[in-house]
Design a protein around this ligand. Structure first.
Ligand code: ZN
Ligand code: ZN
Length: 280
């Protein structure tokens, strides 16, 4: 595994990347503080079994969201031309193609990213939130970042729904609150208050949950077929569900949900791919 230098990993390549990264970097800690300091003490007795269990679940989710996001940004999945030489074998070499932007031969399934300005091994897409391309070596971290972000947003949305619409229904079930719900940014500008801010955080969590669910639903059939976004209409590299999952999550995939620090080597180097089927 090759890690990118910190200054390259954390330097957004476009204003859009920077804004999306900041949204996550600011909202995840704020949401966690909202959950721990505002919602939880009202839902459970401090120090009780459920308080501790919910608190530990929150820690686990935040740890996995942030560490998988950082791993995604730090693990280099781009083509390193100084260590990647075209194969001598003419059969393998025939699968390589020319990248006009890089002006070099690149392996099969490697595609150029206009934003990163580099070719990426088994490139899936460029992720705005992690400011990097998702490819062969960091797809595992992207997948868990998305999964835990979706679960975390769902977890906060449920708890915040109870807090807002049940425990504090007397305050939030008012006509003015509708303004807060439908135009949260405007309501904060007109009347900045903690109550309005909680509604904004609640809505950001609902939005994050919907986005993560949509992305997971969109990626599921591609992931299942062992493909990447550019190959989404083919099953050229489909080795069966288990092998396809192992190709992304590694040989110890059953443990990878615990943390990005669990080592799980990938069964392929990401360079010389052979189609699983005869179709070309
Ligand atoms: Zn290129
Ligand atoms: Zn990129």
């Amino acid at each position: 595994m090759i890690l990118r230098p910190l200054e390259r990993a954390f330097l957004p390549r476009s204003a859009g990347d920077g804004a999306c990264f900041l949204l996550i970097a600011v909202c995840v800690p704020l949401t966690y503080m909202f959950q721990v300091t505002v919602i939880m003490p009202e839902l459970h007795d401090v120090g009780s079994f459920w308080y501790t269990a919910v608190w530990l679940a929150g820690i686990f989710l935040v740890f996995n969201i942030t560490s998988n996001m950082l791993a995604c940004m730090l693990v280099d999945t781009s083509i390193k031309l100084h260590i990647l030489k075209p194969p001598v074998d003419s059969h393998l070499l025939s699968r390589w193609h020319m990248c006009d932007a890089c002006q070099t031969l690149v392996p099969p399934r490697s595609w150029h990213c206009e934003i990163c300005n580099v070719c990426v091994l088994k490139r899936d897409h460029h992720c705005r939130f992690t400011c990097c391309c998702i490819g062969h070596h960091n797809y595992r971290y992207f997948f868990y970042f998305l999964l835990y972000m979706g679960l975390g947003a769902l977890y906060v949305s449920i708890n915040a729904s109870i807090y807002l619409w049940y425990l504090h229904a007397d305050y939030y079930w008012r006509p003015y609150t509708l303004l807060t719900v439908f135009v949260p940014a405007l309501s904060l500008t007109v009347h900045a208050s903690w109550e309005n801010f909680y509604v904004v955080l609640y809505e950001l969590n609902l939005l994050a949950f919907c986005m993560c669910t949509l992305l997971l639903v969109y990626h599921r059939p591609i992931f299942q077929r062992g493909a990447v976004m550019k190959e989404r209409s083919t099953s050229k590299y489909d080795l069966g569900l288990r092998a396809n999952m192992e190709m992304v999550l590694g040989k110890r995939m059953h443990l990878t949900w615990i943390s990005p620090f669990v080592r799980s080597d990938l069964p392929h180097d990401g360079v010389n791919w052979e189609p699983a089927t005869k179709e070309e």
